[in-house]
Design a protein around this ligand. Structure first.
Ligand code: GUN
Ligand code: ZN
Length: 434
């Protein structure tokens, strides 16, 4: 078979490191080519650089021109729920009431394979339409929902991590498993899908209140028995939730300790929210090398609180951005960045645009321990990328006309943009939907 060689010419921006990390020389952390070329060979990045120089090295490449666009790596959503697509933007409740009133009834419907299969297509279309090419995803409690999601993602050749939610108490019958069945079902899914194509499995206890000690212990066993799988859960999102965890686990030092005691922390653990962590938990989280998903759209929509990104930085904790749909009210990581900026403002700080885009690309890849395969345009990476349109709407066109440099343009685009700003999406070099 002959190799396919394609070059994408246009304005290009990607990151080699965190431009916001304390003590770094920011200019080192990113690469910007006003007239750049991204060369893709058989779905893999072959080169990325200044157009004239790069194209001269690949005279056989078919060249696609991208005018009025910024090419950036595909966006990475570090926390989202597949079976909540139908209750996004549900009115009037904070976390614990929202789960009972809206979420569990919607998730119960995912016992039906046809419903799950249809929803999986809608969910993945929505991710891609918004420029999200990789996500760490909660399924429902039913293994058939995760089967449907993995099958649909595999057919699209997406790099996706997902798992069956484990929840054996404090929830209605229709969305409850048992400790033993959750272990068996997770193990079967893992054997079937982990490392199949670009897929990976994530052991997924919902959160401490809906798992017995036995279930958490078995989640820890799954991780110990299967090195390389991920762990995803929620932590310290809402004040009532935290008080409930203290009641349910009186022998644990704090919320993080519930997970720690069961061997759930580590390099591939991604904990969503972390708004109400104490000093010990921050220190331990960093020591355990675990990751956080910062979900500002959700945290504001659900009235949960303000994530402390500076504290995460001070502890050198890795952070990715999560839409947390359906607690979050948008699939768009541009909307997530917009609200992350406001969460920082409310704490007397700013979120520079380059740092924001880093968090949604290489930062997300690092938080998911996928930095060796995705997140930027280093040669050898999988070529997932998107084109952001500088002329997406009349207002964006007008606002950007007054900008003097990349950072000003990027900031306005990130603040004003959403799915309308995503002009094209490529998955391993193949254009999605085109
Ligand atoms: N905590 C436990 N379950 C959930 C959920 O589905 N969404 C959010 N945002 N928090 C949770
Ligand atoms: Zn969540």
């Amino acid at each position: 078979m002959t190799a396919t060689l394609a070059a994408h010419r246009g304005e290009i921006l990607h990151f080699l490191d965190d431009p916001g990390a304390p003590g770094r020389d920011a200019a080192d952390a990113w690469r910007y080519f006003p007239d750049g070329a991204l060369v893709v060979e058989d779905g893999i990045v072959a080169a990325c650089g200044d157009a004239a120089e790069t194209l001269a090295k690949f005279p056989a490449a078919r060249v696609a021109e991208h005018r009025d666009c910024l090419l950036v790596p595909g966006l990475i959503d570090a926390h989202i729920h597949f079976p909540q697509v139908d209750i996004i933007a549900a009115y009037g409740a904070q976390l614990l009431d929202w789960l009972q009133r809206h979420t569990y009834p919607a998730e119960a419907r995912f016992a039906e394979p046809a419903h799950a299969a249809a929803a999986a297509e809608v969910f993945l279309d929505e991710l891609l339409r918004n420029g999200t090419t990789t996500a760490l995803v909660f399924g429902s409690v039913h293994p058939q929902s995760v089967d449907a999601l993995f099958a649909a993602a595999h057919a699209r050749n997406l790099r996706l991590l997902a798992g069956k939610t484990m929840m054996d108490r404090n929830a209605p019958d229709a969305v409850r498993d048992t400790a033993e069945s959750s272990y068996q079902d997770s193990a079967k899914l893992l054997a079937k899908w982990h490392r199949k194509g670009r897929l990976g499995y994530a052991v997924t206890p919902r959160f401490a209140p809906t798992s017995s000690e036995r279930q958490l212990q078995l989640a820890g066993r799954l991780l110990a028995e299967n090195p390389g799988v991920h762990l995803q859960t929620h932590i310290a999102e809402n004040a009532r939730e935290c008080a409930w965890v203290a009641e349910l686990f009186p022998h644990c030092r704090d919320y993080l300790d519930v997970y720690d005691r069961h061997g759930l922390l580590g390099r591939r653990a991604v904990l969503a929210h972390g708004i109400h962590l104490n000093a010990r938990e921050w220190a331990r989280l960093a020591e355990a090398d675990a990751n956080l998903a910062f979900c500002p759209t959700s945290n504001l929509f659900m009235g949960s609180g303000l994530f402390d990104l500076r504290c995460a930085d001070e502890h050198h904790a890795r952070v990715g951005l999560g839409s947390d749909v359906g607690g979050g009210d948008s699939f768009s990581l541009l909307r997530v960045i917009n609200e992350a900026y406001k969460v920082e403002q409310l704490q007397g700080r700013n979120l520079p645009p380059l740092r924001a885009l880093y968090l949604a690309t290489l930062g997300g890849a690092r938080a998911l321990d996928l930095q060796d395969v995705i997140g930027n345009f280093a040669p050898g990476k999988e070529a997932d990328f998107i084109a952001l349109n500088y002329r997406a709407t009349p207002l964006i066109t007008r606002r950007l006309a007054g900008c003097r440099d990349l950072e000003e343009k990027l900031f306005a685009l990130l603040m004003l943009g959403d799915d309308r700003a995503v002009d094209g999406v490529w998955v391993m070099g193949e254009r999605w939907g085109g």
